[in-house]
Design a binder for this molecule. Sequence first.
Ligand SMILES: *Cc1c(COP(=O)(O)O)cnc(C)c1O
Length: 345
Amino acid sequence: MDAIIDLRSDTVTRPTAAMRKAMAEAEVGDDVLGEDPTIKRLEERTAELLGKEAALFAPTGTMANQLAIGLHTRPGDELLCDPTSHVYVWEGGGIARLWGVTTRTVAPASKNLDGPDFDGLIRPDDCHYVRTRLVTLENTLNRRGGAVHAPAAVERIGTWAHSHKLAFHCDGARFLNAAVALGLPAAQLASPFDTVSICFSKGLGAPVGSALAGSKEAIAQAHRLRKVLGGGMRQAGVLAAAALHALEHHVDRLAEDHENAQILARAVAETPGLKLEFGPPETNLIWIVVEPRLGTAAAIAATLREQGVLVSALGPQVLRACTHLDVSKPQIERAAQTVRRLAKA
Ligand SMILES: *Cc1c(COP(=O)(O)O)cnc(C)c1O
């Protein structure tokens, strides 16, 4: 396992021995009947962590986000989000397909979205127009290099949304990366939002699982919608046990992933023909532009693969590398060496 350094995604982690033990020992019951004590504990713990009244376990982050969109909107409504958002680009058009909701993308004037980017975007209350109903924000923002939204900007957007009676949802697949990077409590970062989704299956290292947190009322509605989408699970406490273990043991260590990302990013920045798309990483994602003189992203990914380093080619000239629980510091140093050798080859 040590020979291959898999930086394609932070979803590639395998459950640790301690996590598997927690899973094996989990107390379980039928969660559709409300009888799984481990899922209940995870939901309570997640709600507490995010400073919300309630939380709901979901099989995937996509489902958790779609539940939020479904509960905040009705067909014919409109949601506002960054054009690179996972909810808009990577969820199979679920916004339209599942909920009959249209999307208006809002590109940030500077680096990340801020309150003023939304000025004037509310459609007039007139029968010609859709009803603008929801703002979603992704934190950290994958397609902008894992950038962390500044808390003050998030508050300004939230204030704007709420002043226009819009709901405010956070796609927090990597929300705890943001909290660790800022050194702030997750609950504080979550406070401007009505609902927040988080993923246990990314940097936290659980094999499966996400959660949606919000008010009791919102989560009761999400619970209904989860059943509609076929997301009601039975003795899934074995999965919740992995997530609980991750919350207990794998949150603070996200800082190591962020440090490792810096090591790899330095190698990229110092390699002629490669460039950091968004500058030094703030969290665990390194987006890399490959200059055509070095070849295509796919060709570079193939060369790295031959040397045991896996990265994702996510555009003709764009690569992404992610640091995570299953990449040690010596491994990232080896990956950095491999990248540096590219220019010489
Ligand atoms: C991974 C991810 C999700 C959810 O993905 P699933 O694979 O459905 O768990 C949502 N948002 C972002 C930004 C992600 O990176």
